[in-house]
Design a protein around this ligand. Structure first.
Ligand code: BTN
Length: 334
């Protein structure tokens, strides 16, 4: 499927205009300040203002007083994400879609075409959002966070799960820092609040022999999702709005998430992510609990002792034997 609408945003010149307007929200900024900040001509600034308006920004204009930003759309637009974003690798390049089939699918295409490390693909809506094990990921338009990150990391395929661990730790930290809500990780890759799923992560990669060429991490976070309208997930899913008791800024959560991923990724590049295990266990909702894991036809029960460096679950079975489980669906019913 071809992208319906795409906005690629890497221009620092244009960012400078939005940054100044955001800093002076509700107040007029003289045109010459914007031309100086952006190094664009007056007509260049005007063109950019027109493009912002077409994306839903309300901007007043006066010949004498300049421009005044009055309203920001509830959209995860690249300039809104990149303005003030404290990252060095992640989201320096963003590809935005109002509607797309799946951000993971598009991210895999971009990965092959050679974008920059840490590129983010983001969508307001997915028509074929993918979950693990070919499940469907449901998300109404402009309610939640749907994004995929591309990393050109070369690692043994048996260690790819470390990046999923990295993402789940970042999600927990972002939810806590942006909303003050405590979330926990349920093995292998889900984030839960009060016993209900708030986020799912789908990691896909391309490998040459046993070594990865790229890894795509797809993250879906339920933010302002009216779950009551979706009986198929009612009772098992939650959203940040429900946990907080009020509407949550998707932009704030996303920016915090990208910053957390950036911090963890820089450490990952240096260390290979061997120490992620400890942080993952700190946020785990399954550690030291009895669990049942279903993987295809195989059912494994036991006491969760922890995970290893590659995220395999370490269990003590009822006979006292230590077992390692690579993947599956975990239930805390025993
Ligand atoms: C799961 O819990 O099964 C994983 C869900 C992953 C959903 C996200 S939404 C953004 C990205 N694009 C997709 O098609 N899937 C992931």
């Amino acid at each position: 499927m071809k992208p319906a609408k795409q906005i690629k945003q890497c221009s620092h010149k244009r960012d400078a205009i939005l940054k100044v307007l955001l800093e002076n929200f509700g107040h007029f900024v003289p045109g010459e300040i914007l031309t100086r900040a952006s190094n664009l001509s007056r007509s260049g600034v005007w063109k950019y203002i027109t493009s912002l308006r077409s994306q839903g920004f309300s901007i007043g204009a006066s010949i004498k007083r300049g421009y005044c930003l009055r309203e920001i759309p509830d959209k995860l637009l690249p300039p809104l994400i990149q303005t003030g974003l404290q990252t060095s690798v992640v989201a320096r390049e963003i590809h935005y879609f109002s509607t797309i089939d799946s951000t993971n699918r598009v991210a895999k295409e971009y990965a092959l075409s050679g974008v920059s490390d840490g590129t983010v693909v983001i969508a307001e809506e997915q028509t074929s959002g993918k979950g693990r094990m070919n499940r469907v990921w449901v998300s109404p338009p402009s309610s939640n966070i749907l994004c995929s990150l591309i990393f050109y990391t070369s690692m043994n395929t048996s260690s790819v799960f470390r990046l999923t661990m990295l993402a789940s730790i970042a999600v927990v930290r972002a939810i806590n820092n942006a909303c003050g809500i405590v979330a926990q990780i349920k093995w292998p890759n889900d984030v839960y609040i009060n016993g209900k799923k708030v986020c799912g992560i789908l990691t896909e990669f391309l490998a040459d022999h046993d070594s990865t060429s790229y890894v795509v991490i797809g993250i879906g976070i339920n933010v302002n999702f009216d779950i009551a309208r979706h009986p198929e997930i009612k009772g098992i899913a939650t959203c940040l709005k429900e946990a907080k008791g009020q509407k949550v800024s998707r932009l704030r959560v996303l920016k915090t998430l990208l910053e957390e991923i950036d911090t963890l990724y820089q450490n990952f590049v240096q260390t290979g992510g061997k120490d992620l295990r400890k942080q993952w266990e700190r946020h785990s909702m399954v550690l030291n609990r009895q669990a049942t894991i279903i993987s295809g036809d195989e059912v494994t029960r036991g006491f969760v002792k922890g995970i290893n460096e590659d995220g395999h679950l370490i269990l003590i079975d009822p006979q006292g034997n230590t077992k390692e489980v690579l993947c599956g669906d975990l239930s805390l019913k025993f």
